[in-house]
Structures are given as structure tokens and as C-alpha cells.
Design a protein around this ligand. Structure first.
Ligand code: FES
Ligand code: FES
Length: 176
């Protein structure tokens, strides 16, 4: 087919290699068109408008982009969307249910464990994964489990206090 000036239509680079994926996100099956190599982080933020998951380094070094995949804390910047079709993905938007925050979310609020808040969703998702695997971690285990989640504002003592507080509550929210 020719266009109005007699030339073949130009195929934009973004159209090459796009496929439709059906992703299981926060308990819903969401359809999205993306190239298989596109990061899950990019798909969440730019195609599904789930912007609670943050872009920090894009290299797996900061934890801002953490989501749960089949209950495991995962750096979504490092995961290609083409590899996650069968996974249950949980983002920060999927934690609260019926207006009720999870114990981890509530503990972060109660302890004021944030300043600018940029790292907070990644911290909460990582902590949720940590506590779903280990219900009563020691402080050392919390520090080890949160290692790699960076807070540029340095709110680590309050983050530790929040996770300690959350660990005293029955957990919920990590298994949707
Ligand atoms: S943006 Fe993924 S670890 Fe930093
Ligand atoms: S609260 Fe600002 S980066 Fe952690």
C-alpha cells in the first residue's frame, strides 16, 4: 500500500517486535502491547500507568522498582516483560484492600519512615516480601533482607523501626 505521496508507509521503530501480553497484576489480568525485551518497570509505569513503582538506577542497584513476583521481591527494572507472562505480579497499588493498608504500609506511616518518599514503595514491597518469608526476623535479618534498597534521605533507622513494628502484626498483602 502506498501513502498519499506515493511512498510505502513508514513503520515506526516502536512498532517492530511488539507483542500482546496478558499479565497477572494485582489480581487482574491486564493486556498490554510491548516488545519482549521491555522492562517490567517500563511496562508498569509507561503502559499501565502504575507509577507507584519507581525508576531509580535502572540497573538493579537501588530497589526503588521492587515488586513481588510470585511472592518474591524482584527488581522490575531487570525483568523483561516477555518473561513474566505466568507470574503473579504485585505492585504497591495492589497492597491496600477495601481501604485498609497492610501492616507494613501502616507501620511505615506510624513510624514516619519516609522523607521524600521516592524509595518508599520499593522499601514497602521488599519488606512485604521479607516478612512473608520470615515472620519474626531479627534486626540483623531485617538489615540483611533490606540490603540493596537505598534511601538517599537516610531514613534507615525509621525504616528498620517500621519493619520491626510490622513484624509484630499478622501479615497480609503479599500473596494476591
Ligand atoms: S531502578 Fe531497579 S533497582 Fe534501581
Ligand atoms: S525517603 Fe527519600 S529516598 Fe528514601
Amino acid at each position: 500500500m502506498l501513502n498519499t505521496v506515493g511512498q510505502p508507509p513508514v513503520r515506526l521503530p516502536a512498532e517492530f517486535g511488539m507483542s500482546e501480553y496478558v499479565l497477572n497484576i494485582n489480581g487482574a489480568r491486564l493486556h498490554v502491547n510491548a516488545s519482549p525485551e521491555e522492562s517490567l518497570l517500563s511496562v508498569l509505569r509507561n503502559r499501565l500507568d502504575l507509577t507507584g513503582t519507581k525508576y531509580g538506577c535502572g540497573e538493579g542497584q537501588c530497589g526503588a522498582c521492587t515488586v513481588l513476583m510470585d511472592g518474591e521481591a524482584t527488581r522490575s527494572c531487570l525483568v523483561a516483560v516477555g518473561s513474566v507472562a505466568k507470574a503473579k505480579i504485585l505492585t504497591i497499588e495492589g497492597l491496600e484492600r477495601d481501604g485498609k493498608l497492610t501492616p507494613v504500609q501502616q507501620a511505615f506511616l506510624d513510624e514516619g519512615a519516609m522523607q521524600c518518599g521516592y524509595c518508599t514503595s520499593g522499601m514497602i514491597m521488599n519488606a512485604t516480601g521479607l516478612l512473608s518469608g520470615k515472620h519474626h526476623p531479627t534486626d540483623d535479618e531485617i538489615v540483611e533482607g533490606m540490603n540493596g534498597n537505598v534511601c538517599r534521605c537516610g531514613t534507615y533507622p525509621r525504616i528498620l523501626a517500621a519493619i520491626r513494628r510490622a513484624a509484630q502484626q499478622p501479615q497480609s498483602g503479599g500473596s494476591r
